[in-house]
Write a protein that binds this ligand. Structure first.
Ligand SMILES: Cc1cc2nc3c(=O)[nH]c(=O)nc-3n(C[C@H](O)[C@H](O)[C@H](O)COP(=O)(O)O)c2cc1C
Ligand code: SF4
Length: 599
């Protein structure tokens, strides 16, 4: 087994590497945990001292992120993706099989302290599930033979670096390419264009393209960049949102894996337009496997004069990009939570306004965009706004990458002009027997078989990219229950309507699943949705009840067959709970029971 470094050594090295900047706390915690296998109290003390920051600040960050833990998870931590699609592909059976091979229980460190197996939220591999992370690195397409190999490697205590590479190979699975994925891009071509035509003209082309953000909300990119350009600030920042935590979404993974130049070029273009010198990619922790590859692309771009000081020989055009890793918190995809996380804090959404374009990273103007938005912007700089606006619909121009998964013959990434019908996508991916598609992930829209003529665009069914297909053999109640668990797990806990609402919603769904539901629960769930929608602090709380309420409306049978009572049914057996008292008092008469013993 590899040596565990002493605390002072692990903390010292990491703090030094990050220039003792408290804003790098999440990165430092990641590194210290990788060395120590956990974040024990004395390590947090040492960190607070070394960073000259209050202990409570270190503690609050360490306790916020799902990937951090205060007790050891051994030399091998294996986390199975718990997305509904991974479940449909056999996640539960695979996890049980591995636990059996290794003689352990999920959520408990093995007796020899070597290995820990547990579930985690979606890891962005719905096209090649069931998938898991081992010490943060993706193991896709798991089956029994792969797990037998993994168990053998663990038993032999082989370091991860010596595991067969094929276990870690992640396919792109591009099934349909368009202007983003299918047309070659010459690194530097967009930057040469902006230097030739100037920032104002580039912004005008972006405006003419009508590009809208690909991260979900669909805000017009030119408006955001123009506002950030106007904002006052001694330093400005460009942030690429690569958190991609929405279950069922994986198109940003493919862009970063095989089209990173396009994304970095879009970021550099944004820097030129808004006047930023500092860029950051917030890469979800689950995509750790991409880090080295992305660093290599950045290094090449620096060498080629596409990053650094005096880009392409232009004096004063200085811009560089660093990569920050997340630590397993879906809420960090929300842009203000993401900025908090970049500053080394718990990822809790800020009050807005002010928006990041005027008050972002360290209180300075910051342009935040999705990975795909930056890739589109680079293409628009090269080909012009009219070219882009010529694709899609008037309010949803250009193409859209869709992450297609579930009950389909050909899961993967599909690029379509906006406006494509759900029916067309289903036909292309080989979904013969679909009853519903969850478009845009759990926070998106459930489209039933009656609505397959609807179109993917901001005017009809908007999406950040997920397209999860469920055949007629699937139970839509169980799909919604999985999503309710997801939101209860991922609520950041900052505001009461969401913190309590998501837990209550999950509990009602579990009660129904246990056969103890009543019409009362259905009414309560609708009430909760209203409270969460109107009173939550951020988008997570606003949308968390969507899957339950939408499936309730579109698939009422899936709920009604679970209702035991049309009035009220308690969640637990009240009479059974009194059994201990009956034994102690020696009474078992009718009055010692809440319900009559008579049939
Ligand atoms: C709970 C929540 C999670 C989000 N996750 C992501 C994400 O993973 N990736 C992303 O680009 N945007 C995500 N967003 C949207 C961002 O807040 C923001 O709108 C986006 O990064 C802006 O980029 P765009 O204009 O290019 O879409 C999320 C929003 C919410 C409320
Ligand atoms: S709505 Fe939920 S995720 Fe958003 S701030 Fe409130 S508790 Fe956090």
């Amino acid at each position: 087994m590899p040596r565990i470094a002493p605390i002072s050594e692990a903390v010292g090295h990491s703090v030094e590497r990050h220039g003792a900047r408290p804003s790098h706390l999440v990165q430092i915690l990641r590194e210290v945990q990788a060395e120590l296998r956990c974040l024990p109290g004395p390590a947090l003390d040492e960190l607070a001292r070394a960073l000259r920051t209050p202990r409570v600040r270190v503690e609050s960050a360490a306790s916020f992120y799902h990937f951090f833990h205060s007790e050891s998870h051994g030399a091998y931590e294996i986390l199975f993706s718990d997305n509904i699609i991974d479940q449909m592909l056999g996640k539960r059976e695979m996890m049980q099989y591995l636990c059996k091979l290794l003689w352990l229980q999920p959520g408990k460190l093995s007796e020899d302290g070597l290995v820990y197996v547990e579930s985690t939220s979606d890891i962005g591999m719905a096209d090649q599930g069931p998938a898991a992370l081992v010490n943060g690195h993706v193991l896709p397409s798991l089956d029994e033979s792969r797990l037998e190999l993994v168990a053998g490697l663990i038993r032999d205590q082989k370091p991860l670096a010596r595991w067969p590479r094929m276990l870690f190979e992640v396919a792109d699975n591009v099934r349909k390419a368009g202007p983003l994925l299918g047309q070659a891009f010459e690194p530097g071509s967009a930057l040469r264009k902006v230097l030739k035509q100037g920032a104002e003209r580039t912004l005008a082309e972006l405006d003419a393209s009508n590009l809208r953000g690909r991260g979900g909300a669909g805000f017009k990119t030119a408006v955001k960049w123009a506002s950030c350009r106007r904002a006052q600030g001694s330093e400005k920042h460009v942030v690429c949102n690569a958190d991609e935590g929405e279950p069922g979404t994986f198109k940003d993974r493919v862009l970063l894996q095989s089209h990173a130049d396009l994304v970095f070029e879009g970021m550099t273009l944004a820097a030129r337009v808004i006047g930023a010198s500092h860029g950051m990619v917030y890469l979800r922790g689950e995509y750790l496997y991409l880090l080295q590859r992305l660093e290599a692309v950045l290094a090449r771009r620096r060498k080629d004069g596409l990053l650094g000081k005096g880009i392409l020989g232009e004096q004063g055009f200085d811009f560089d990009i660093e990569i920050h890793l997340g630590a397993g918190a879906y809420i960090c995809g929300e842009e203000s939570a993401l900025i908090e996380s970049l500053e080394g804090k718990p990822g809790k959404p800020r009050n807005r306004p002010p928006y990041p374009d005027t008050f972002g990273y360290l209180g300075e103007p910051t342009g935040v965009n999705n990975v795909e938005t930056f890739a589109c912007a680079a293409k628009i700089a090269v080909h012009g706004g009219a070219w882009f606006a010529g694709m899609g619909t008037p309010a949803s121009t250009g193409s859209k990458l869709m992450s297609v998964s579930g009950d389909v013959k050909r899961p993967g990434v599909y690029e379509y002009p906006f406006g494509v019908s759900v029916k067309q996508v289903l036909s292309d991916c080989g979904a013969g027997n679909a009853q519903a598609v969850q478009v845009g992930g759990p926070s998106g829209t459930c489209v039933s078989w009656r609505e397959f003529d609807r179109r993917i665009c901001f005017e009809d069914v908007p999406t950040a990219g997920a397209f999860m297909v469920f055949s007629r053999d699937r139970d839509m109640f169980e799909v919604a229950r999985n999503f309710a668990h997801f939101f209860a797990h991922e609520s950041c806990g900052f505001c009461t309507p969401c913190r309590v609402g998501t837990s209550l919603l999950r509990n009602h769904m579990d009660k129904l699943a246990a056969g103890k539901g009543s019409a009362y629960d259905m009414v309560q769930m609708k009430r909760l949705m209203h409270i969460m929608l109107t009173m939550s602090h951020c988008g997570l709380g606003h949308t968390a009840a969507n899957p339950v309420v939408q499936t309730m409306e579109k698939f009422p049978d899936a709920y009604e067959r679970r209702l035991r009572n049309l009035d009220f049914e308690p969640a637990f057996d009240l009479d059974g709970a009194l059994q201990t008292a009956r034994l102690i008092t020696g009474r078992d008469d009718e009055w010692a029971h809440i319900v009559s013993k008579q049939p």
